[in-house]
Design a protein around this ligand. Structure first.
Ligand SMILES: CCCCCCCC/C=C\CCCC(=O)SCCNC(=O)CCNC(=O)[C@H](O)C(C)(C)COP(=O)(O)OP(=O)(O)OC[C@H]1O[C@@H](n2cnc3c(N)ncnc32)[C@H](O)[C@@H]1OP(=O)(O)O
Ligand SMILES: Cc1cc2nc3c(=O)[nH]c(=O)nc-3n(C[C@H](O)[C@H](O)[C@H](O)COP(=O)(O)OP(=O)(O)OC[C@H]3O[C@@H](n4cnc5c(N)ncnc54)[C@H](O)[C@@H]3O)c2cc1C
Length: 664
């Protein structure tokens, strides 16, 4: 039975159609209905409950994750769920596990880098989970520098096999998820050596454990790398260590879409570019951008609902105190995060479209768009994960002291989320890749090569270097063309300035290293422009539902104008806008916060998160925070007994000692 809705007065203020917004957030009616059904399925199944997870020791925690993964698989089979439904179900189970790497990286690596025969052999086994795979690229000594990996795969023409070997301690595979205790197979990245010659790093399918008794294959040493940051959190995952002592695999277990090794050990290049070996990373980076909006929306939902429940100060004549969400400082910290959640949602949607487009072009042997796809996935992965990790911490602070309690859900969300800034490419390393792409684009402008896609604006660089923002009133900041031009001009001017500085160096690589911190700033400006422009594109679509477009417009301008405020130094120093125009942007921002305020609760309701998925007493849908927080405290194991364990050993003697001393 539903109880009292403590947030009903907030919901009554809503000025738009929340159900229509739910569909916009989900991406389509189909996606909404499917995700809603899967969320409810998981929430109503006691086997998926999450209470007390953070209090479990590592072994219990891990076993519990195995149990949930097995139960999820059982339900997927029983209910004949499609691949899409199964993906949603796993998502709502909300616990990192080996299945993420199996479905998220092992399967895509075979699909992207395997030949047709390899796909025919390995994919059915993987789809039926008759084998469980992981993605073993990173080593103890090298992660970012993939070309620096040390594991070797030496072709033996006598037996038609590769010999996989870990020649040094630093060549031990280190970090791969699912590897430590579960995976039976892995895509292992190793330096290919044939006829005494090196041919760079390639992927190999290697069996790690027996399919009968799960023991490691002789010559393989394998285990978990140990506890990670936070309670619960990413400790449900068995990130692993793995070494090979001359392990032999058949030749046809090298993923050969990019390069084939013949029976004689000859290397034959296909027409596919070498960078496709990195293709799985491009795929996963794209999914990480979509996941960023999900995690950010979760934190924002908790902080927004709680900010409407929480009251401090301001009561007059014994009346109600002020809801903390009504403080302008709270709004200026919270609403840009709400806007970012929507912004990242839409840029994630666009990136998915771009990825699908690239995949189709690659199949038709059109590789022209690969550099753009790499730059966009790398840059947006970096931008959105950094912003989301920072935002979760900000949401914790927005919830005051109670945000620090595990019952708020925020500490675990933070701990589970922050590694996204590192895995799938360290965020700074990825921005440096974007910078290379931008500098290359700028350097080619002189030769008449017209930039396309997200760098098309650089083709108008002369205009952008001269343009003057024509904002005269705060309302002028609500014109898409004005906002877009300000962001384009800032990014173009930063890119050109960096390119000019680079040209002063005799050796471009020395210049790149010396100026790398400045270059990263240009990459951030470029990526922020992409997010702003994709949000503006979204507004041009025909979006049904009363008041929905209006709310999205407000969020879009909050996202853009808050960035303008935060990075004012860039905008002013590149001369895109004047201090007076910046001040008008700030006036507009305050006005937008006031317009969002009555809709804030409905805008987070539109995420359609169940209380199970949110896992937060502060973010409960009904806003019934205090009784539930009080109830939750008593569940702590310390409260199992009134007098704690250890009292007789440590507290009692101390008290007696003090009593004796006092008497002396
Ligand atoms: C639906 C399910 C979802 C599941 C999600 C599961 C999530 C589970 C959670 C965690 C999993 C985490 C898994 C991992 O972390 S796996 C390991 C990831 N590792 C990395 O990301 C390493 C980062 N390093 C690199 O990517 C590269 O080494 C590098 C930084 C790009 C440098 O490489 P290299 O030295 O070879 O390259 P250059 O700089 O010399 O560049 C050469 C040219 O190649 C282009 N390039 C580089 N990368 C790519 C790419 N990915 N795609 C296309 N092109 C690429 C580069 O731009 C250069 O081009 P140019 O034209 O300038 O020559
Ligand atoms: C939770 C988690 C799960 C993971 N799962 C997997 C997995 O399933 N499979 C897998 O193969 N790997 C996995 N990894 C490994 C992950 O991909 C790497 O840790 C990541 O790519 C970063 O590489 P690194 O650890 O070598 O960092 P480093 O490169 O050593 O970074 C250390 C510091 O050096 C800086 N730095 C490095 N190079 C440069 C440069 N050229 N210029 C400027 N600064 C630089 C970085 O910015 C960073 O500040 C996982 C990691 C984590 C944390």
């Amino acid at each position: 039975m539903k109880g009292v809705d403590h947030l009903a007065h907030e919901r009554n203020k809503t000025e738009f159609d929340v159900d229509a917004m739910k569909i916009v957030w989900a991406g389509s009616r189909h996606a909404f209905e499917l995700s809603d059904r899967m969320a409810r399925l998981v929430a109503s199944d006691p086997a998926f409950q999450k209470d007390g997870r953070i209090r479990l020791g590592r072994k219990e925690l891990f076993k519990n994750t195995l149990r949930k993964a097995a139960h999820a698989w059982k339900r997927i089979l029983e209910l004949h769920l499609t691949e899409e439904e199964a993906g949603w179900l796993r998502n709502f189970v909300d616990e990192p596990s080996f299945t993420d790497l199996h479905w998220g990286m092992f399967v895509p690596a075979i699909k992207g880098q395997g030949t047709d025969e390899q796909q025919q052999k390995w994919l059915p086994l993987a789809y039926k989970m008759q084998i469980i795979g992981s993605y073993a690229q990173t080593e103890l000594g090298h992660g970012s520098n993939v070309q620096g990996l040390e594991t070797t795969a030496t072709f033996d023409p006598e037996t038609d096999e590769f010999v996989i070997h870990s020649p040094t301690l630093t060549s031990s595979k280190w970090w791969p998820g699912g590897l430590g205790k579960v995976s039976t197979h892995a895509i292992v990245y190793a330096r290919l050596i044939t006829n005494g010659q090196e041919h760079g790093v390639h992927g190999f399918i290697v069996q790690l454990r027996s399919l009968d008794d799960h023991m490691p294959i002789p010559g393989i040493t394998i285990g978990d790398i140990g506890m990670k940051f936070g309670n619960g959190a990413y400790n449900t995952m068995d990130n692993g260590v793995l070494t090979f002592d001359h392990i032999r695999i058949p030749r046809n277990q090298m993923l050969m879409r990019v390069l084939q090794v013949t029976r004689e050990g000859k290397c034959v290049k296909s027409n596919v570019p070498r960078q496709l070996i990195y293709g799985t990373m491009v795929f996963v980076r794209q999914t990480i951008v979509a996941d960023a909006s999900t995690a950010l929306a979760r934190a924002v939902c908790i902080a927004t609902r709680y900010s409407a429940v929480r009251r401090q100060f301001g009561s007059q004549d014994g009346g109600m105190e002020t809801q903390v969400i009504d403080y302008k400082t709270q709004q200026s910290r919270l609403f840009p995060l709400l806007a970012s959640a929507y912004a990242f949602r839409f840029v994630g949607e666009w990136l998915k479209w771009l990825y699908t487009d690239v995949t189709q072009r690659l199949q038709a042997n059109d590789f022209s768009i690969l550099p753009e796809a790499h730059a966009c996935t790398a840059g947006l992965k970096s931008l959105t994960t950094t912003a989301t990790a920072d935002a979760i911490e900000e949401c914790r602070k927005l919830c005051g002291g109670h945000g620090y309690l595990c019952a708020s859900g925020l500490p675990e969300l933070f701990a589970v989320y922050v590694p996204a800034c590192t895995y799938e490419g360290d965020n700074v390393v990825l921005l440096l890749q974007v910078a290379r792409f931008l500098m290359k684009t700028v350097s080619q402008l002189g030769s008449g090569k017209k930039p396309v896609g997200t760098t098309a604006y650089l083709g108008r660089v002369q205009d952008l270097l001269q343009c003057c923002c024509d904002v005269q009133t705060a309302e002028d900041w609500l014109k898409p063309s004005v906002v877009l031009e300000a962001f384009e001009a800032r990014s173009a001017r930063m890119c050109v300035a960096r390119a000019q500085n680079l040209s002063k160096f005799e050796n471009p690589e020395d210049g790149f290293a010396e100026l790398s911190a400045d270059l990263v700033e240009a990459s951030v400006a470029h990526c922020q422009l992409i997010v702003v422009s994709k949000f503006i594109d979204k507004l041009q679509q025909d979006i049904p539902g009363k008041g929905v477009n209006r709310q999205l417009q407000n969020l879009c301008y909050i996202y853009a104008l808050n960035l303008l405020h935060k990075y004012l130094g860039d905008f002013l120093s590149t001369g895109c806008i004047t201090p007076k125009q910046a001040s008008l942007a700030n006036d507009q921002l305050r006005s937008l916060y006031s317009q969002i305020r009555p809709n804030a609760i409905a805008l987070v309701d539109a995420f359609n998160y169940t209380d199970h998925y949110l896992g937060s007493v502060l973010g409960r849908y009904d806003g019934n925070v205090y009784p539930k927080l009080y109830e939750e405290a008593w569940k702590d194991p310390l409260n199992d007994s009134v007098v704690p364990d250890g009292y007789h050993e440590y507290i009692h003697p101390m008290l007696k000692q003090q009593l004796r001393n006092a008497r002396l």
